[in-house]
Design a protein around this ligand. Structure first.
Ligand code: HEM
Ligand code: SF4
Ligand code: SF4
Length: 416
């Protein structure tokens, strides 16, 4: 049995007002009837040692499961002679179900599997979008994977490939949902799964799906390919409910919190306390709908906007996604298949044209948006301009021809 280590520095972390991860680790270490108790005891020892020496003692390595080139994050201890029981503490990244729904039976099974083969420590969910099963030996990694696979789960992404995807709870519970996020998520990931399990891209590539511009999974900031729900007809207004809000909260509050906060000044309150919406100016930001949920809701002609290139700082600073498809219907099987095809074209173009360790947003900056659009076969659209309302420059050469093309395109859409 591993020695119980003295952990004065860790103990101090438990004294604050919030629940501490140290308490959780100690509980696992003290579960002496469990196979992982010794491992967690030595893990606590190593963590205290790290705090004392102000150094980290974990290094990477190569651990995998059969048939997969990614999904396990190896951690080997550099002080295994002092803390032998936690000499290996690998993490399994496991893809959550689309929309992150579980039933309690599944959660219990996951806990049982991880109590048998791992450390008992699970994080729902990491910032990568995965369920993180943290802490197993090389042997335990394969056994845990086999058991998780048996109940229908698969490893997530790591390294230079397609990464684990996330979709908001959306249509399952949320009234703002503008498309079937779970279906789009599953279809795209099923078609790109090979690039997740056997990473061979220039760098990571993430898909994320939010049902509306509230963007609960932060798709526009954090994914290379973001699919956001929106609508193109008029927002729905229940004038009686709006009047009720005004009566309950007062005109000042509704003016201050809603009308004057609209980013495009598309709202105005009438003398009889009803609401005027200038739908042509509304950019579907969701603000007014979020505040006055009972009175306002998205329109009926729903679909998605697709953005490309969101990422954190790397070669260039943080980028939010740029619109590459201003509006797309996502109702029929055919619509979904077109979405998958676009996703595949983007991955293909990325694989062929990006430099090593370059995200697709950086690649587009380097080669120019026009060349990218050309490469994946998307038509340029004025709605792709980053700041349409603040740009005072327009090209007027070939104006008439461009107008004719635009009118023809609009005619074609209207005829659909
Ligand atoms: C004081 C203790 C620790 C702190 C504060 C800490 C903090 C963090 C944070 C903030 C993340 C990002 C989490 C996320 O994606 O949501 C992370 C990820 C990770 N940590 Fe730790 N960590 C600690 C101990 C450990 C230990 C002991 C190991 C293994 C030996 C470990 C291995 C990992 C791995 C593999 C990831 C990436 C997981 C993934 O995204 O799949 N960490 N850690
Ligand atoms: S992104 Fe929109 S649809 Fe999805 S959960 Fe959030 S508010 Fe609801
Ligand atoms: S959704 Fe946003 S842009 Fe549209 S009217 Fe409401 S606040 Fe204005």
């Amino acid at each position: 049995m591993a020695l119980k280590h003295q952990t004065p520095m860790l103990d101090q972390l438990e004294s604050g007002p919030w629940p501490s991860f140290v308490t959780g680790l100690k509980r696992l270490a003290e579960s002496e009837d469990k196979p992982y108790a010794d491992m967690m005891q030595d893990l606590l020892g190593q963590l205290e040692y790290s705090y004392t020496t102000r150094k980290g003692f974990w290094k990477g390595g190569t651990v995998g499961v059969r048939g997969y080139g990614a999904g396990i994050i190896p951690r080997f201890s550099e002080v295994a002679s002092k803390f032998p029981e936690s000499s290996e503490f690998h993490t399994l990244r496991v893809q959550p179900p689309a929309g992150m729904h579980y039933d309690t039976d599944t959660l219990r099974k996951m806990c049982d599997i991880w109590e048998e083969h791992g450390s008992g420590l699970i994080a729902f969910h990491g910032q990568s979008g995965d369920i993180m099963f943290q802490g197993s030996t090389t042997e335990g990694t394969q056994a845990a994977f086999d058991a998780l696979n048996e109940i229908g789960f698969d490893l997530g992404g790591a390294g230079a490939g397609v990464r684990t995807s996330m979709s908001c709870v959306g249509g399952a519970r949320c009234e703002q949902s503008c498309y079937n996020e779970q279906k789009a998520h599953r279809m795209i990931i099923n078609s790109t799964l090979d690039d997740m399990h056997r990473p061979s891209l220039p760098y990571k590539f993430k898909f994320k799906f939010s049902g509306c511009a509230n963007d609960c999974v932060n798709a526009s900031h954090r994914s290379d390919f973001a699919v956001l729900g929106t609508w193109r007809d008029d927002m729905k207004v229940d004038q009686e409910a709006f009047k009720q809000y005004v009566a309950e909260r007062g005109r000042k509050e509704i003016n201050d919190q809603v009308i004057n906060m609209c980013p495009t000044r598309a709202l105005s309150m009438n003398d009889d306390d009803t609401l005027d919406v200038d739908n042509k100016s509304c950019v579907r930001c969701m603000h007014c709908i979020n505040v006055l949920t009972k009175a306002l809701s998205p329109g009926d002609d729903k679909g998605v906007t697709i953005l490309l290139g969101g990422k954190r700082t790397l070669k260039i600073g943080d980028l939010m996604g740029s619109v590459i498809v201003p509006f797309k219907k996502l109702d029929t099987e055919e619509d979904f298949e077109e979405l998958v095809e676009l996703a595949e074209s983007c991955i293909e173009f990325f694989a062929e044209n990006a430099l090593e360790h370059e995200r697709i947003g950086e690649m587009v900056e380097r080669i120019g948006l026009i060349n990218f659009l050309d490469g994946v076969g998307l038509e340029v659209d004025p709605n792709m301009v980053t700041h349409p309302r603040t740009s005072s420059y327009v090209r007027t050469d070939d104006w008439d021809e461009e107008v004719a093309k635009w009118e023809a395109r609009k005619g074609a859409v209207a005829a659909e």
